[in-house]
Design a protein around this ligand. Structure first.
Ligand SMILES: CSC[C@H]1O[C@H](OP(=O)(O)O)[C@H](O)[C@@H]1O
Length: 366
């Protein structure tokens, strides 16, 4: 998508130096647009854990290029296994990370060491390119929901979203934002309520920035506003992303998503989750019991980063010594999810729904 009129992806090979990966440093957006260089697999893992890059699909693609950098340094089995483990340990909840690493490792092990660099780069490039097409298709399918709402209401459609499941969380298009961008392109009037999304404020910093750049009408709200908006008929649908969705349709997403789903249910408002199939964990069923929830530093809760007008600065919010808990994600049970919007279409948040779209994932009878 565009930043100041110039088209970007979120990750790319450095010009004239294919041994360096470049990403947008999302910790500085929207106030500074800075390119961050990744020169090794350890730097890729740190960029993920420090949230230089974030968002399940982008985390997966970054890990894929991280494995490519590992091959450049040392393509041996031992080194790649160590590199894979380093990448997978960087953040626990987004399944795209393990999905990308495991996919590549499975193939790389079948190649000789001197073939692995090129094979790894080809695979990373394909995972990146596939993500763009997958997210575009999520938008194509999700657009039908918005069209139907517009035909029903014949007025601006109000959509609430949580955190950033935009193009900055992917390579392009986004997941939750792809239907929005495509509806805007079709001329459907849309307004987006943007949850600020404490404590890292991905909504205030990233989603608001994206929508401003793409000229999508929106209003930033504090996280606890959504229920009020829904009670007063100001939300027509909720659409969010996910970091890991189970084979039964339980959805892990940024902390606070579950509360929005409860409010949507109570107000009979459709609650959709947009996701690429790479975010489905087919090995898990019970999300509440099985999805690992990242716990980050309490300092992200007790302080906040902001722009002084000249530089980013951290400001302390709570008294020194106040303990803080910082759960990064929560799990929305499938029963609260109206539907899953995938690259293959829309289905119910259930194993039946998912297997209708992905029949190849049905357990083998053998
Ligand atoms: C399309 S995945 C976006 C997903 O990732 C975000 O988490 P984080 O910013 O911590 O990586 C959030 O849960 C979004 O919904």
């Amino acid at each position: 998508m565009k930043i100041e009129g110039k088209h970007y992806h979120t990750i790319w090979l450095k010009d004239n130096n294919p041994e360096v990966i470049e990403v947008i440093d999302q910790r500085l957006l929207p106030h500074q647009m800075e390119v961050y260089e990744v020169n090794s697999v350890d730097e890729a893992a740190k960029a993920i854990s420090d949230m230089v890059v974030r968002g399940a699909p982008l985390i997966g693609v970054t890990a894929a290029y991280g494995l490519y950098l590992a091959c450049l340094k040392n393509p041996s089995n031992d080194h790649l296994i160590k590199a894979a483990n380093t990448l997978k340990a960087s953040r626990p909840t987004a399944v795209n990370l393990a999905w990308a690493v495991d996919l590549m490792m499975k193939e790389l092990m079948d190649f000789s060491e001197n073939e692995r660099v090129q094979k790894a780069l080809t695979m990373a490039d394909k995972i990146k390119a596939d993500d763009i097409e997958v997210c575009r298709n999520i938008g194509v399918h999700g657009l039908n929901i918005i069209r139907n709402l517009y035909q029903k209401h014949q007025r601006t459609i109000n959509i609430l979203t949580h955190c950033n499941a935009g193009w900055l969380a992917t390579i392009d298009w986004g997941t939750a934002t792809s239907p929005i961008y495509q509806a805007i392109a079709e001329g459907i009037p849309i307004h987006v309520w943007v949850d600020e999304t404490r404590p890292r404020n991905q909504g205030a910093n990233l989603t608001a920035y994206e929508l401003l750049q793409q000229e999508v009408p929106h209003t930033l709200v504090v996280d606890n506003t959504g229920g009020h908006l829904m009670q007063h008929g100001m939300v027509d649908m909720v659409i969010v992303g996910t970091d890991r969705t189970t084979a039964q349709g339980d959805v892990a997403n940024k902390i606070g998503t579950y509360l929005k789903a409860l409010a949507a249910k109570d107000n009979n408002i459709p609650f959709y989750v947009a996701l690429p199939s790479s975010t489905i964990d087919w090995d898990l069923n019970d999300g509440l019991k099985e999805i690992p929830i990242e716990q980050r530093s309490g300092e992200e809760v007790t302080s906040i980063w902001g722009w002084t007008g000249e530089k980013m600065q951290k400001v302390q919010l709570s008294p020194t010594g106040t303990p803080a808990a910082n759960y990064g994600f929560d799990v929305t049970p499938a029963r609260l999810v109206t539907g899953l919007i995938t690259e293959r279409g829309i289905c119910s948040a259930s194993s039946e729904g998912l297997l209708t779209l992905f029949p190849e994932k049905a357990p083998s009878n053998g």
